[in-house]
Design a protein around this ligand. Structure first.
Ligand code: ATP
Ligand code: MG
Length: 571
């Protein structure tokens, strides 16, 4: 017989006031409910309640990994720098990589991800196509020196991740493994009750071809998603959408007097036109230090990831000195005459369809309308440069895209041979030839998922845990503890829930009813069994559903079976 926990003994130091530093609900509520404490920026202790939720989330992930044949391992956190040099990521990963040196002055990294380690692990030991596929996972603390650690567990510098890696003989075989992970990731989201969308993403830092992000829908999310009724969904940064552009004036090149108009919005307002009838100029410096002008529809923003693909990762926006040096007038920059000045011009593909551009005249207070590429200025090079947005047309069906915000909770990648080639990890194929493994990698932010669940499940009073990851599924609340009527019943119920395998906490504290209700709502246990003198005298207790707020009276001898069944159906 196990011993259920009593609230009087539970270490959950609640806060009366909202902590100043917490902007988002999950951050605020985790702190207020005494579930996490900050040690340094982005570095937290998980107190008993949060840790129980995280362990339940881990267990869901573990079960779904085991179900697709992934094998659990645990790799070192401390990783020798040589591995990262071999893959090229010691430099590429940048300042997010936490680095340290040992007493012999050897350099190491604290693992932000484990492609290098696992590839080295299987290299020379996993040798034959007959052994493949092999895929393994671990659940472990990861380290990333985030530039802006914030929002509590959503963006930490130290956080819990499940990372998995797969080794296959070919792209086709990888696709099978990848689809199995996709299914597992969908089930993980569903079991945590996360309202999510699987979106096409950009493979960025990790490299590789195909990748999907699983996004928890939340206003507070840092990612912009675009989706369509046809089923298309993408991270806005990765989307290539159709952008509507329109000319302002057709025909000849005309000078337009636009005094003191320095922004696209100002220009559109001044001329009584839409922003999409204007062309926005972005003055940039590429990774090699060359000046470049990028033109995009005035209605849109620049997509930095797409620009990096053209100008290199270290491109930047021109500062005032750069503009001066290039004799460019802020607010009035245009493409005319740039070739003679030796400045490269690039433009978003959507502008290829625009015959007459409204652009800066390269002198203060003037724009030019009717500017035609090839006639009035040299044809720029066209690339996909603009950040897709709501209202653009869907690349799959052409309908208008809708937008939402999301929190990335997990991501799957087809890596291909990037790491097996750089780290020389080969197997011998059926035809006797040596080939690099075809790899995939798959990550779930476990601690972030728990915070994302809170973003989706809370109200003004506190957290509303879904049963599947609730630290406790029921709290039995004993009102007026010194009465010998209430306490024996509450204890008996708590014990009976415990015997039924339900995670139960008994609120046995010597506190006013109001305090108990407030704390239980804050901590967010899905069900409260409220034991008060008057109801007990009638042989009843009150059952409160934290999600709906509904209360019902139930016979004392029925409540345990009734609720246990309800809870087990939601696990
Ligand atoms: P982000 O774009 O949010 O920085 P990422 O794409 O760099 O995340 P991955 O490398 O895909 O992250 O890592 C796998 C998962 O680990 C992510 O989907 C996310 O849930 C989680 N994760 C990543 N960075 C953090 C962090 N700083 N704090 C908490 N969880 C994180
Ligand atoms: Mg990611």
């Amino acid at each position: 017989m196990s011993q259920y926990i009593k609230m009087s003994a539970l270490y959950a130091p609640t806060l009366k006031e909202d902590p100043n530093e917490a902007e988002l609900a999950s951050h605020r509520l985790l702190l207020r409910a005494g579930m996490i404490r900050r040690l340094a920026a982005g570095i937290y202790s998980y107190l008993p309640l949060a840790w129980r939720a995280i362990k339940k989330a881990e267990q869901i992930v573990r079960e779904e990994m085991d179900a697709i044949g992934s094998q659990e391992i645990l790799m070192p956190i401390v990783q020798p720098a040589e591995l990262w040099h071999e893959s090229g990521r010691w430099d590429d990963y940048g300042p997010e990589l936490m680095r340290l040196t040992d007493r012999h002055d050897r350099a190491f990294a604290l693992g932000p991800t484990h492609e290098e380690v696992i590839t080295t692990l299987v290299k020379n030991e996993l040798k034959s196509y007959k052994q493949l596929p092999v895929h393994m996972y671990q659940i472990q603390t990861k380290f990333r020196d985030e530039i802006r650690p914030r929002f509590g567990l959503l963006r930490g510098r130290e956080f819990v991740m499940k990372d998995a890696y797969s080794f296959d003989v070919s792209e086709e075989a990888l696709d099978k493994t990848y689809q199995a992970y996709k299914g597992a990731y969908e089930r993980i989201c569903e079991r945590m009750r996360i309202d999510y969308r699987a979106v096409q993403a950009d493979s960025g830092q990790i490299g590789g071809s195909e990748t999907i992000e699983f996004m928890a829908l939340a206003e507070s999310g840092e990612s912009d998603l675009l989706f369509c009724d046809c089923g298309f969904a993408a991270d806005a940064e990765a989307a290539t959408a159709g952008i509507q552009v329109e000319s302002y004036k057709d025909g000849e090149l005309l000078e337009e007097h636009t005094p003191n108009i320095k922004t696209i919005e100002g220009l559109a307002e001044f001329l009584h036109i839409k922003t999409r009838q204007t062309v926005k100029a972005m003055a940039l410096i590429d990774s090699d230090g060359n000046k470049v002008l990028a033109f995009i529809p005035g209605s849109h923003e620049l997509n930095e990831i797409k620009v990096s693909a053209v100008l290199g990762n270290n491109f930047r926006i021109m500062e005032d000195e750069d503009l001066q040096e290039a004799s460019l007038v802020k607010g009035f920059i245009g493409p005319i005459g740039m070739k003679d000045r030796g400045i490269r011009t690039i433009a978003d593909v959507s502008l290829k369809e625009l015959p007459y551009w409204l652009v800066g005249a390269n002198k203060a207070d003037y724009h030019m309308s009717g500017a035609t590429p090839g006639r009035d200025f040299d044809e720029p090079e066209y690339f996909d440069l603009a950040l897709a947005q709501e209202g653009d047309s869907c690349p799959q069906c052409g309908h208008e895209l809708q937008s939402a915000r999301g929190i990335e909770i997990s991501q799957i990648f087809k890596l291909g041979t990037k790491y097996s080639e750089s780290l020389q990890a080969h197997f011998v194929d059926e035809d006797g030839e040596e080939k690099p493994f075809v790899m995939g990698c798959y990550g779930v932010g476990v601690s972030r998922s728990v915070a994302a669940v809170i973003e989706q499940y809370h109200d003004e009073y506190g957290i509303k845990w879904p049963v599947s990851i609730a630290p406790y599924e029921v709290s039995v609340i004993a009102l007026s503890v010194d009465e010998n009527i209430v306490f024996p019943v509450a204890e008996k119920l708590a014990q009976a829930f415990d015997d039924n395998g339900i995670d139960v906490v008994l609120d046995d504290r010597n506190e006013r009813a109001g305090v108990k209700f407030a704390d239980n709502d804050l901590m967010g246990f899905p069900y409260q069994v409220i034991c008060g003198t008057r109801n007990i005298e009638k042989g009843q207790v009150e059952l409160k559903d934290r999600h709906t707020g509904e209360k019902e009276l139930i016979d004392i001898d029925k409540v345990v079976d009734y609720l246990s069944e309800k809870i087990k159906a939601q696990r």
